[in-house]
Design a binder for this molecule. Structure first.
Ligand code: BTN
Length: 322
């Protein structure tokens, strides 16, 4: 019998709960003992009983690729998970691998990013061990004009994973943020390379998970799952829930756009709010009237004109028209 992989061993140990897992059922005892030792060195507390076998007592508080894998059903899209202790930006790691021709279906996580970036050249605070900072390598086989839909897809999959893991129901702040309790919980940065050759896109996701507070001036506008739910969140389980949604929905792209649009319209944070929209050097104000069938924001300007907005950033939000 083949010894189980580390992910397989973790899956079985977790499924056994408080019960012991008989070593002989797992394969060659020496090989199983070696795998157990590897997991212990990775920070897992695994008890060994001379008669009953092995029992999982504790898990490390950090991200472990095999742990995430051990919680996932058989995959359709996902091929590999990488976890870095520290890197500049996971978008750069995934982008470099994309340029080298690595197949799609890759998720790159980092416990800490030293040069995490957001939209419009901003810095993304990616403190060690407190969030999920990760990037997905995608190679869409559809027309470049539709690649903009990747941002909505990433938001949709992320929201499904968050809801499954924590019960929280974030809203979409068009075009690329998730909000909870009126503040920003997550941001998405899609960087694409749809040119010749072997085109790819990188969907970078920054999700605030276990921060207990944020320094000013972020404190007014940022939040975390821990702040909103009142409890720390186990990040390997959360990452697996998000990747399960990614894995389930990515193969359906772009045909499942109506489904994600339905979600986006139901969870539209901006709807019926008075917003300021910045696009390049111009700003406009108006009432957000929802999303059209292509996912563009509809803005009712002060003069009554309905404007269709395909890109930009909402910088000011007030409850209703002044
Ligand atoms: C934004 O709200 O402006 C988008 C933030 C995106 C942050 C994520 S964290 C993982 C990935 N790596 C990066 O450098 N950025 C994205």
């Amino acid at each position: 019998m083949q010894p189980p992989s580390d992910a397989g061993l973790l899956r079985r140990l977790r499924a056994a709960g408080d019960d012991y897992l008989c070593g002989a059922d797992l394969g060659d005892p020496a090989q199983v003992a070696a795998r157990v030792q590897v997991l212990r060195e990775a920070g897992y507390g695994i008890e060994e009983h001379p008669h009953f076998g092995y029992r999982l007592l504790s898990s490390p508080g950090r991200l472990v690729a095999d742990d995430i894998l051990s919680r996932l059903p058989p995959s359709r899209w996902l091929r590999d998970i990488l976890v870095f202790e520290r890197t500049g930006s996971t978008n750069d790691v995934a982008g470099n691998l994309g340029r080298q021709g690595v197949a799609e279906g890759l998720a790159v996580f980092a416990e800490e990013q030293t040069a995490g970036r957001g939209r419009l050249g901003r810095t993304w605070q990616s403190s060690a061990g407190e969030g999920l900072w990760f990037s997905l390598l995608v190679r869409p086989a559809w027309p470049p004009a539709l690649w903009t839909r990747l941002t909505l897809w990433a938001a949709w999959a992320l929201a499904q994973g968050i809801e499954r893991a924590t019960g929280a129901e974030p809203a979409l702040k068009w075009p690329n943020d998730l909000y909870l309790g009126g503040r920003k919980l997550a941001g998405i940065l899609v960087e694409s390379n749809p040119g010749q050759g072997n085109p790819f896109a990188v969907a970078g996701i920054g999700l605030n998970v276990n921060q207990e507070s944020f320094p000013a001036p972020l404190s007014d506008r940022a939040t975390s799952l821990r702040i909103e739910t009142g409890a720390p969140v186990e990040r390997n389980g959360l990452a697996a829930a998000v990747l399960e949604a990614v894995d389930r929905t990515c193969p359906g792209l772009p045909g499942n756009f109506p489904e994600m649009l339905h979600w986006a319209r139901e969870r539209d944070f901006l709807r019926e709010k008075w917003v300021t929209l910045s696009a390049g050097s111009s700003t406009q104000e108006g009432a957000a009237m929802g999303l059209d069938e292509d996912g563009a924001l509809l803005l009712r300007l002060a003069d009554g004109q309905l404007q269709r907005v395909t890109s930009g950033e909402v910088t000011g939000i007030a409850p209703a028209a002044p």
